[in-house]
Each structure stands twice: as structure tokens, then as C-alpha cells.
Design a protein around this ligand. Structure first.
Ligand code: NDP
Ligand code: 2IT
Length: 453
């Protein structure tokens, strides 16, 4: 066996494609990681011998199930639910649940694969998983969302547990949905345990979990800027999305002295040349969380702003820094070139895989500061990990302590990226490579300890 069993990168990717037909997002995520890992493991025979990369790219299990629910008009609706348990080598499976019509097995497999590396980077003991459904919460009443969540959990509960697999929120799943799912879990099992994170503060949640992803992505951006002797003061930021991650990124950019020019949703983006200040961010939070409205409504409230519809994305707006915080593949190679042409020199991904493979190569080749989601957006799952610790010991930590822990964790991830993403004779840091290798190494070494399982 050993090295003779090892195939070259194109053959490895061809094998992943063949084994996962019709799953382009999953193949894309594996390709991006494998490009870096292949260089790293070139001279490390044990990783080949034990087929570590091949094994991480094969989920431990994919659970798929039917979710039936009744809408307000009495119609029976049928959705598909999944939980992908990718790897639990360094801790219980951990990762969000996404409710969006675009959810497929491919999307959840890519997210669970990415989560495995991200969670390792946090330094906390969490494996990688992801789940969700093609259910579309938009336009549904709260009672419909509740019935759906209850039905979803009625199957999911048997596959999860505080020491087994701990889901949380993601696109379309926030505090309301976690509440409905936790309530159903508790009802079925008669147990109050830390089986979900992102819970309300009154029932086991952690302070700053809601803010952590957007704040963390901005802290990571700041760490990158510091390597160039800069900070965020006076910089123009273009942000996509208008949900949990985008609004909290915008909030932290404002706090650190930057100016936020854009936000978006699936219908288009708003551009506010005067800046999306904190009171405007608060208005967007209220719009999205309470009224469940659309970002286009912003221009009726703040008349100096423009709305660009037709699903337009904000990358043509000139900026210093960009934070894609909506969804996967929302920034392509041409967008990346345009951003750089217009003067953008730092990109911090709040979303998971928002930049497609061509875009990643454009950023890497241009050697700008570019933080991949698995490093930059790890603050959310990190505070989820802290929520698990608080639940296990039945205590609640203070906000200032948690804020400090979040900053420490983001700085620690930055340090790992510098350690593995630097190259001799250059001060450029390849954060994609650094994050991939640092995350891989931790999981891989645990897998080696277990032998062939
Ligand atoms: P939300 O549901 O709160 O917000 C999602 C935002 O992205 C909305 O503005 C939504 O617009 C937009 N969006 C979603 N799908 C699409 C699409 N297909 N095309 C264009 N816009 C879209 O989700 P989050 O803010 O929690 O998540 C955003 C990203 O951050 C995701 O990639 C998620 O995986 C990632 N992430 C989230 C973490 C968390 O803690 N919540 C942690 C780490 C990463 P619309 O309302 O029109 O759908
Ligand atoms: O992509 C992510 O890291 C999340 N959606 C958060 C996962 C979590 O378990 O908090």
C-alpha cells in the first residue's frame, strides 16, 4: 500500500466527482481543500497510507428523511430533511441547520465538509455536521413554521444528542426556529440538555451567540489588516446579505470606524452612499427578524439610498474591503476581478463558500488579503462551543468574558493561518491554504490515532 495507493490531484477529484454525481457544491468544496492539502501531504506518508483526505471527503453518514406538515389552509405538504454527519474525530458532530428552497444533499455535504475544518480551527472539541431542508420559511405564518420544525425534529431527535450531534442555526433558522425545535426535542425525550445551540437566553442560550459570526468575521478582517499596519477606521465596506451574519458584520464594522455601503438579499442590493450606520442596521434587523420584510424596503425609509433589483449583487460598488455574508457562490471570478480593479484589498467571508473556485484563484493570484469562510466565520460555531460548555456545567458566563474569548479564538485562528499559510521569502499569507492545512492537520492526527475505523 502506502504511496503507491496515492493518486494525483486530478485523479482524486475525478474520483470524488464520480462517487458524488450531481453534487457540484460538494465537489467544489473538496477540490478547494484538496488543492492545498495535496502539497502539504506530499512528503507525509502516513496520511496517504491511511487515506485520510479520502476518508474526510466521505461523510460518516448522510441521514435523509421525509417531513410532512399541514399548512394553514389544511393542505398536506411534504419536504425532505437531512442531517449530514461528516466527521466526529475531535468531538461530537456540530453545525447548523438550513431551511431554504435551494437546499440539496450536495449543499449540506459541502457545508458539513467545510464545518469539519472550521470547527477544528476554533481549537474547541467539535466534529463537523450540517442539516436542513428544502422548506421555504418565506411567507409562512409562525404557526406553519412551528408545525414544520416540530415535524422535522420528530425524526431528527433520534440522530442527535448533547454528546452525539449538536445542531444550531444557519440560513432560515434563527432563534424562533431553534425554540420550536428545542421545544419538540424536550417534549419527545423529556430531557433538558444542550442538544441545540443558539438557544434563547432564558432557556440555556449563551450571550453573544447571535452576534458572534458577524463580529468574528470582522475581527478576522481586522487581524488581516493589522499585518499591513492598518485598521478599519475610514475604510469603505461592501457587505452582501441582510440576515444574522451580514447585520452583525455591519454593526462591528461601524463600531471599528468603517463605513458600510451595501446590504443585499436574494432580490437585489441597497447602496447607501451616506453609510449604513448603527441606527440603520437596527432598522434592518427589525425588518428582517420581526416584520420578515425585504431589503428593497430600505430605500423607502432612507431616501438617499438606491435599490438595485433583479438579484443584483453589490460587488460593482467601489470599496476597500468586502464581506460576502449571504450564501454560496455569490461572488464569481469576474466579480473578484472587478472588486480588485476598483481598489478592494481585503475580503473576509462571513458566508460559507461565497466565492466560487475561479474567484478564489483570482484573489489568491492577486495576493490580496483573503480570508475563507472556514476561518473568518468560525466565530459563530466557536460561541456555540462555548454555549455547550456552559450547558454541560450548568452555568452562564458574563458578556465581557465571552467577548474576550471570541476575540482570542479569532486571533488564534488567524495565527494558525499565518503558521501554515506563509511562505519563505515572502510576507504574503495565503489564508485559504493556512486554514485548510491547520484544520486538516488536527482532524487527520486524531484519525491516525484511531487506526482504520
Ligand atoms: P439568514 O437567513 O439570517 O440570512 C441569509 C441572508 O442571505 C439573507 O439576506 C438572504 O436573503 C440571503 N440569501 C440566502 N440565500 C440566498 C441566495 N440563494 N441568493 C441570494 N441571497 C441569499 O442567514 P445567516 O446570516 O445566518 O447566514 C448567511 C451565511 O452565513 C450562510 O452562508 C451561512 O451558512 C453562513 N454562516 C452562518 C452562521 C450563523 O451563525 N448564522 C455561522 C457561519 C456561517 P433572502 O432573505 O432573500 O433569502
Ligand atoms: O456555518 C456555521 O458555522 C453555522 N451555521 C453555525 C454552526 C453552529 O453550530 O453554531
Amino acid at each position: 500500500m502506502a504511496v503507491s495507493d496515492h493518486v494525483d490531484l486530478p485523479t482524486f477529484i475525478a474520483g470524488v466527482s464520480k462517487r458524488n454525481p450531481g453534487q457540484p457544491e460538494f465537489v467544489q468544496a473538496v477540490t478547494e481543500v484538496a488543492e492545498d492539502i495535496y502539497d502539504f501531504i506530499g512528503d507525509k506518508e502516513q496520511y496517504h497510507k491511511y487515506q485520510i483526505l479520502r476518508r474526510i471527503a466521505e461523510p460518516d453518514r448522510v441521514i435523509s428523511f421525509r417531513v410532512c406538515w399541514e399548512d394553514d389552509a389544511g393542505n398536506i405538504r411534504v419536504q425532505r430533511g437531512w442531517r449530514v454527519q461528516n466527521n466526529n474525530s475531535i468531538g461530537p458532530y456540530k453545525g447548523g441547520i438550513r431551511f431554504h428552497p435551494s437546499v440539496t444533499e450536495s449543499v449540506l455535504k459541502f457545508l458539513a465538509f467545510e464545518q469539519t475544518f472550521k470547527n477544528a480551527l476554533t481549537g474547541l472539541p467539535m466534529g463537523g455536521g450540517k442539516g436542513g431542508s428544502n422548506f421555504n420559511p418565506k411567507g409562512k405564518s409562525s404557526n406553519e413554521v412551528m408545525r414544520f420544525c416540530q415535524s422535522f425534529m420528530t425524526e431528527l431527535y433520534r440522530h442527535i444528542g448533547a454528546d452525539v450531534d449538536v445542531p444550531a442555526g444557519d440560513i432560515g433558522v434563527g432563534g424562533r426556529e431553534i425554540g420550536y425545535m428545542f421545544g419538540q426535542y424536550k417534549r419527545i425525550t423529556n430531557e433538558f440538555t444542550g442538544v441545540l445551540t443558539g438557544k434563547g437566553l432564558e432557556w440555556g442560550g449563551s450571550l453573544i451567540r447571535t452576534e458572534a459570526t458577524g463580529y468574528g468575521a470582522t475581527y478576522f478582517l481586522l487581524e488581516m489588516l493589522k499585518t499591513k499596519g492598518k485598521d478599519l477606521v475610514g475604510l469603505n465596506a461592501v457587505i452582501s446579505g441582510s440576515g444574522n451574519v451580514a447585520t452583525h458584520a455591519a454593526e462591528k464594522v461601524n463600531q471599528l470606524g468603517g463605513k458600510v455601503l451595501t446590504l443585499s438579499d436574494s432580490e437585489g442590493y441597497i447602496y447607501d452612499p451616506e453609510g449604513i450606520t448603527q441606527d440603520k442596521v437596527n432598522w434592518v434587523k427589525e425588518l428582517k427578524n420581526k416584520r420578515r420584510g425585504r431589503i428593497s424596503e430600505y430605500v423607502k425609509e432612507f431616501t438617499g439610498a438606491q435599490f438595485h433589483g433583479g438579484g443584483a449583487r453589490p460587488w460593482a460598488v467601489p470599496c476597500d474591503v468586502a464581506m460576502p455574508c449571504a450564501t454560496q457562490n455569490e461572488l464569481n471570478g469576474d466579480d473578484a476581478k472587478l472588486l480588485i480593479k476598483n481598489g478592494c484589498f481585503a475580503v473576509s467571508e462571513g458566508a460559507n463558500m461565497p466565492t466560487d473556485l475561479k474567484g478564489v484563484h483570482v484573489f489568491k493570484d492577486a495576493k490580496i488579503l483573503f480570508a475563507p469562510g472556514k476561518a473568518a466565520n468560525a466565530g459563530g460555531v466557536a460561541v456555540s462551543g462555548l454555549e455547550m460548555s456552559q450547558n454541560s456545567s450548568r452555568i452562564s458566563w458574563k458578556e465581557e468574558d465571552l467577548q474576550k474569548m471570541l476575540i482570542d479564538i479569532m486571533q488564534g485562528i488567524h495565527k494558525s493561518c499565518v503558521e501554515y499559510g506563509g511562505s519563505a521569502g515572502s510576507d504574503h499569507i495565503d489564508y485559504v491554504k493556512g486554514a485548510n492545512i491547520a484544520g486538516f492537520k488536527k482532524v487527520a492526527d486524531a484519525m491516525l490515532a484511531y487506526g482504520v475505523v
